[in-house]
Design a protein around this ligand. Structure first.
Ligand code: ADP
Ligand code: ASP
Ligand code: MG
Length: 409
């Protein structure tokens, strides 16, 4: 008998018909004798609709009230799911974040899970019930409802699996697993049988939304094996697990893109001590996360400084940086939202030179200009014009032989 935490994403519970299918699938596990905790997302599009409603009232909704509103999406699906399970003759109990005792910090819209008190869930399991938990939400110390950030139901599931010491965490989604590139963009993308936590962290942070990055952080920290698989097929998916010997052989395991960043360039910045902190302090103070930063070598005491932020933070960043630019006598501030970041990731890069040059050569063959580059031990990212994103992903996927067993690296 195993304790399994399963999570079903928005498309998997996008209609009452689909919810009934999910209920049927969960019951199959119970019939085998497993204990099930099922985390559900809101129906596909529901969270966006709720945000839209709020923005019909004001462009800047109160963060506490927005969380109260957004959390209702998952309340609907857990209730419908529990209703479906019960109608099929099994017992089920739906729990909202606070009832499942998912305690978070107080940062609305981006709360972090601090601890989970598993007593209630264990009691329900003990009484032979399937437990349905609302994903994406928790409660802060003062009793306010919080949400974990978009895509946060994955994190709820993995955190619950860790707290309950579950045997497995299964993430059911609308694709068959984790692929060598987004299968909706790259038709030749290949499903990976397994991937290490490190590579998955890079994939998630560089734009693959198949797993929320915080869920992978939890999984790595508490060594929770994750099985990413489809709710629409019976195929085996991808295991996300600790690194093993077999994995090291693969040079590049995936290509990923992110269209969600924008670039800010400060032209002709006087190059003297303290300038970087003057520029970035107001940005950091506003809670804006800066990703890539490039500063050119200074010529005659003057340099250019370029960095990227998310598109959502672009307007605010431009405003803040324009103010600093005046103060420090920089010439001007340029912004560009039509960029995207294309990255390749793979454990094998650690011990191989030449991967970067192959990446640059591939992009240049397609006449794609690279405007920024950043590397880490197991990834290389290039910023390019947004309109070339799909072309770049497909060309890199082909160049590194990711879709083809024989050509693989
Ligand atoms: P859910 O609603 O189930 O949480 P998401 O839409 O958040 O699902 O994540 C699944 C989507 O992630 C897929 O439909 C796919 O387009 C996208 N995706 C991006 N990169 C990858 C990848 N490398 N492998 C699999 N899916 C990917
Ligand atoms: N419903 C939330 C969202 O759309 C959380 C999730 O689906 O994981 O972001
Ligand atoms: Mg998701």
């Amino acid at each position: 008998m195993a304790l399994i935490v399963q999570k079903y994403g928005g498309t998997s519970v996008g209609s009452t018909e689909k919810i009934k299918n999910v209920a049927g699938r969960v019951i199959e596990y119970c019939e085998k004798g497993d204990m099930l905790v099922v985390v559900l997302s809101a129906m596909a599009g529901q969270t966006d609709d709720l945000i839209r409603l709020s923005k019909e009232i004001t462009e800047t909704p109160d963060p506490r009230e927005l969380d109260v509103l957004m959390a209702t999406g998952e309340q609907i699906t857990i209730s419908l799911f529990a209703t479906a399970v019960k109608s099929m003759g099994y017992d089920c109990c739906s729990l909202l974040g606070f009832q499942a005792a998912i305690h978070t910090d107080e940062i609305y819209g981006k709360a972090r899970i601090r601890k989970i008190d598993t007593d209630r869930i264990l009691k329900e399991l003990d009484e032979d019930r399937i437990v349905a938990v609302a994903g994406f939400q928790g409660i802060d110390e003062s009793g306010n409802i919080t949400t974990l950030g978009r895509g946060g139901s994955d994190t709820t599931a993995v955190a619950l699996a860790a707290a309950l010491k579950a045997n497995l965490c299964e993430i059911f989604t609308d694709v068959d697993g984790v692929f060598s590139a987004d299968p909706n963009i790259c038709t030749h993308a290949k499903k990976l049988e397994q991937i290490s936590y490190e590579e998955m962290l890079e994939l998630s942070s560089l734009g693959a939304k198949v797993l929320d990055i915080r869920s992978v952080e939890f999984a790595k920290k508490f060594n929770v094996p994750i099985h990413v698989r489809s709710s629409f097929t019976r195929n085996e998916g991808t295991m996300v697990v600790a690194e093993n010997k077999e994995m090291e052989k693969v040079l590049v395991s995936g290509v990923v893109f992110d269209k969600n960043e924008a670039r800010v360039t400060i032209v002709k910045v006087p190059d003297r001590p303290g300038i970087a902190s003057k520029i970035f302090n107001p940005v950091f103070k506003a809670g804006i996360v800066v990703d890539m930063i490039i500063q050119n070598t200074s010529a005659e005491g003057i340099t250019d400084l370029t960095f990227t932020v998310t598109k959502a933070n672009f307007d605010e960043t431009m405003k803040l940086v324009r103010e600093v630019a005046k103060e420090i006598d920089a010439e001007k501030v340029l912004g560009d939202q039509n960029i995207s970041k294309v990255s390749i990731i793979g454990l094998g890069m650690r011990n191989h030179a030449g991967v970067a040059s192959k990446m640059f050569e591939t992009l240049s063959k397609e006449n794609i200009n690279i405007s920024m580059i950043s590397t880490s031990e197991i990834k290389i990212s290039c910023v390019i014009e947004e309109k070339y994103t799909e072309l770049a992903v497909r060309a890199l996927h082909e160049a590194f032989g990711l879709g083809d067993e024989k050509k693989q690296n």
